[in-house]
Design a protein around this ligand. Structure first.
Ligand SMILES: [Zn+2]
Length: 272
């Protein structure tokens, strides 16, 4: 089966790691270190372009170019500012990464959003082109119905409102070798992506079901903002079981060390 996956840069943020990781020794300081700085660092995002004989799929869309304006009403512009590439401020965003692959949003047949947070669904409206089918989990679509106002936590409805977004109910093989796994807890309907690749084996992209390698453990380590902690923990253990059975490589949603050292980034690198 001819299937090729490309990991695309879709924007790096910077943040206080306490948001992502409530880990004693690493993030939480002993009282004696009350005057030492907190741990700030990069919070990278990625999108996955999957080419299959049945069409091109994209997983997630990263952060928007107009993040400063769009996030200002939420204060995320202060907590998660996007860090531009020092050499090329145009680089790093999804449209640039797609262009490096010779593609525009119109070349994407299916856009799958892991969930509808501001750093995953932000560029969804660029795919409102009459050609791309857009889906996310049914539970996420149901959850966001209750949001009033400009944002609720990290959901900004204007990122995706008005789009025709289809719902996925369960764990499902959406294209040959391409499956979504329901991993709720971070939000109502966060999903993970699993690729069964002929040469490189099984790859699991957790999105925000697991932020970082340090979140994965075992034991799993929680984060500052989780919609439902018990569901979140069940989802991490569900992924761990699948990953062990399939001897899968696991890619975390926002791990700076993994992003810097252990990903074959597009446009040169790929998985097949
Ligand atoms: Zn999220």
């Amino acid at each position: 089966m001819d299937i090729k996956a490309h990991v695309l840069h879709s924007g790096d943020m910077e943040a206080d790691y306490t948001w992502l990781l409530l880990k004693p020794d690493r993030i939480i300081k002993p009282v004696q270190e009350r005057n030492t700085p907190r741990e700030f660092g990069l919070v990278p995002t990625h999108a996955i372009l999957v080419e299959t004989p049945e069409g091109r799929m994209l997983w997630d869309t990263g952060v928007p170019r107009d993040w400063a304006k769009r996030w200002e009403p939420t204060t995320f512009d202060r907590f998660f500012p996007v860090v531009d590439d020092a050499e090329d401020p145009e680089a790093g965003y999804l449209d640039h990464s797609l262009a490096q692959m010779g593609l525009t949003t119109e070349d994407i047949d299916l856009l799958v959003l892991s969930h509808l947070h501001f750093d995953h669904a932000a560029n969804a409206k660029a795919f409102d082109n009459g050609k791309t089918k857009i889906v996310t989990s049914s539970a996420e679509l149901e959850g966001v119905k209750g949001i009033t106002g400009y944002n609720q936590g990290a959901h900004i409805p204007s990122d995706y409102e008005g789009l025709d977004i289809g719902g996925i109910d369960g764990d499902e093989e959406i294209l040959p070798g391409v499956s979504v796994i329901q991993t709720p807890g971070h939000t109502w309907g966060t999903m993970s992506l699993m690729l069964d690749l002929p040469n490189d084996g099984t790859k699991i992209f957790t999105s925000d079901a697991v932020y970082m390698r340090d979140s994965w453990g075992p034991p799993a380590v929680g984060a500052a903002i989780v919609w439902n902690n018990l569901a979140w923990l069940d989802s991490v253990e569900k992924l761990r079981k699948i990953a062990q059975e399939k001897e899968a490589e696991v890619f975390f949603g926002h791990d700076a060390d993994q992003a810097a050292n252990d990903i074959r980034w597009a446009p040169e690198g790929f998985y097949s």
